[in-house]
Design a binder for this molecule. Structure first.
Ligand code: ADP
Length: 218
């Protein structure tokens, strides 16, 4: 399937994408992850993106659109993809729709995972991610067995530089200003499927997501 997941920063779109990838026969395409990889490798794009990401601001459309085009034209994306964190502006939406029309691979479903903003802070501030395999933990709700170490692969856990209170506030602002209009655009065209995640646990949200996508229950 070809899918795009929307939601507030830290709202669980990446978590849900990972949970349904195999059944949706898709690869996960997270622009945040792609940009962080570029940063880690210190490529010119990565260094440029870092200026924005470290402030909790959006990376300019032309840079992100380039990254996305490169990723979606790779062979594995032909089978299916879940976009996670893209498109985040109306400009990105237009660029994406043009690219997918050109590649003849339109999105099957645009899914908004709606989580109340006040439920998110606790999640984001306590989030830790494995450097090696990307597994995510929450120090309050789902801590690793051993502090700082991934249960799955033994990798080192780290806190994202933009997962601080101050940066999160900036990311919310960007979400309200730039990304809510993307969803309004899709909603007006009757293209947006919405799931009310409330403060439900990831397992429970997954049930709703699977239903919305027409995937088999787990
Ligand atoms: P979250 O959704 O929790 O904020 P992401 O990993 O998706 O986490 O994004 C982290 C940061 O990466 C964003 O704050 C922004 O700086 C940058 N970024 C990711 N995707 C995009 C995008 N589509 N457009 C612009 N900037 C992006």
């Amino acid at each position: 399937m070809r899918l795009a997941f929307f939601g507030a920063p830290g709202g669980g779109k990446g978590t849900q994408a990972k949970r349904v990838l195999a059944d949706a026969k898709a690869v996960q395409v997270s622009t945040g992850d792609l940009l962080r990889e570029a940063q880690e490798k210190k490529t010119p794009l990565g260094l440029k993106a870092q200026e924005y990401m470290s402030k909790g601001a959006l990376v300019p459309d032309d840079l992100v659109n380039g990254v996305l085009r490169e990723r979606l034209t790779q062979k594995d994306a032909r089978e299916g993809f879940i976009l996670d964190g893209y498109p985040r502006t109306v400009g990105q939406l237009q660029s994406l729709e043009a690219l997918l029309a050109e590649l003849k691979m339109p999105v099957d479903k645009w899914l908004f995972i709606d989580v109340p903003l006040d439920a998110i802070e606790d999640r984001v501030l306590n989030r830790r991610t494995c450097k090696k395999c990307g597994e995510m933990y929450n120090l309050k709700f789902s801590p690793p067995k051993k502090e700082g170490v991934c249960d799955k692969c033994g990798g080192e856990l780290y806190q994202r530089a933009d997962d601080s209170k101050e940066k999160l506030a900036k990311r919310f602002e960007a979400y309200k200003k730039d990304t809510i209009p993307v969803m309004d655009n899709l909603r007006k065209r009757k293209l947006l499927t919405e799931v009310q995640a409330g403060t439900k646990k990831a397992e429970e949200v997954e049930v709703l997501v699977r239903k919305a996508l027409g995937l088999k229950a787990k």
